[in-house]
Ligand binder design. Structure first.
Ligand code: ADP
Ligand code: MG
Length: 237
C-alpha cells in the first residue's frame, strides 16, 4: 500500500543554505507521527514545502497517490491537506465563533453551518468563549482555535507545527487528547513538537530532523535512548 503522504528527496535552498536537504519521508494513513529536531533543523520549512507555501529547490511531494508538487497551497487544501502554522493565523480582532465560521465556510454547506460550528466549539472546549475576540483568549486557547480552523477544513492529513508552544502542562495534555480523538476519528496527523511528554502521549513513531536531513526514525524509546540524538540536542557535534 502506498503512503498517504510521501516526500521524495525534497530540498529547499535559501541563499547558500539547505533548510531541507533531501528529505524522503512516508506517512501512512492513520498515523500520528512526531517530527522533532533542534531549532533550525528544517522542520517548519518541511511543512511549508508539504503545504505549498514554498516551492522546493528539488524533489517531490506525493499526497494520496498524486504528485502535488506543482500545485498551489489552496489546491492542496482542497485535496485534503491542512496546517496549523507555528505562528497562529487566527483573526485576533474577530470573535472565536466568527473565526471558526470563516474556516468552516470553505467546506460546509450553509444549512449545516450552525451544527458544525457548535460541534467544533464543543470539541475545542471553546463554547463558553464563543463571543470573545480571539485576541482575548489565553495563549493555549488561541492554539486550540487555530487547530479548530485547520480541522474545519476536514483534512485527511493535518500538519501541526508546535501546537503546545507556551502551554501549561494541563493545556498540553488536553491538546494531546484532542489529537488522539481526531486520529481515532480517522485523521492522519504529523506534529512538530519539542515536549517529549506530549510526544509520548500521542505518537508511536518519531522522525528526527537535523541539518535539513532525516537523522533517525523509530519509536520514541529508540529515539530518546539514542546517543547520537542526545548529542545533536546538546550541540556537541
Ligand atoms: P525549525 O522549524 O526546525 O526550527 P526552520 O525550517 O524554521 O527550522 O529553518 C531551517 C533553516 O532555514 C534555518 O537555518 C532558518 O534560518 C532557515 N530559513 C527558514 N526559512 C527561511 C527563509 N524564508 N529564508 C531564509 N532562510 C530561512
Ligand atoms: Mg519551526
Amino acid at each position: 500500500m502506498s503512503a498517504l503522504l510521501e516526500t521524495r528527496d525534497l530540498s529547499k535552498f535559501f541563499g547558500g543554505l539547505y533548510a531541507t536537504n533531501g528529505v524522503s519521508l512516508a506517512i501512512e494513513a492513520g498515523e500520528v507521527r512526531c517530527l522533532i529536531g533542534p531549532n533550525g533543523a528544517g522542520k517548519s520549512t518541511l511543512f511549508k514545502l508539504i503545504i505549498g507555501t514554498y516551492q522546493p529547490s528539488g524533489g517531490q511531494v506525493f499526497f494520496d497517490g498524486h504528485d502535488i508538487t506543482p500545485l498551489e497551497s489552496h489546491r492542496r487544501v482542497n485535496q485534503g491537506l491542512s496546517i496549523k502554522f507555528q505562528v497562529p493565523g487566527i483573526f485576533l480582532e474577530l470573535g472565536v465563533e466568527q473565526n471558526l465560521r470563516i474556516a468552516l465556510q470553505r467546506k460546509v454547506a450553509p444549512a449545516r453551518m450552525n451544527d458544525e460550528t457548535e460541534r467544533l466549539l464543543a470539541f475545542l472546549d471553546l463554547a463558553p468563549s464563543r463571543h470573545l475576540a480571539a485576541g482575548n483568549l489565553s495563549h493555549g486557547q488561541q492554539q486550540w482555535l487555530e487547530i479548530g480552523m485547520a480541522i474545519a477544513l476536514q483534512p485527511k492529513l493535518l500538519l501541526l507545527d508546535e501546537p503546545t508552544a507556551g502551554m501549561s502542562p494541563e493545556e498540553t495534555f488536553k491538546t494531546g487528547e484532542l489529537v488522539k480523538r481526531l486520529n481515532a476519528d480517522g485523521m492522519t496527523i504529523v506534529v512538530i513538537e519539542h515536549d517529549m511528554t506530549f510526544v509520548r502521549q500521542i505518537a508511536r513513531k518519531v522522525t528526527v530532523l537535523h541539518f535539513g536531513k532525516v537523522f533517525l526514525e523509530g519509536t520514541l524509546d529508540q529515539v530518546v535512548n539514542n546517543d547520537d540524538v542526545a548529542r545533536i540536542y546538546l550541540g556537541k557535534e
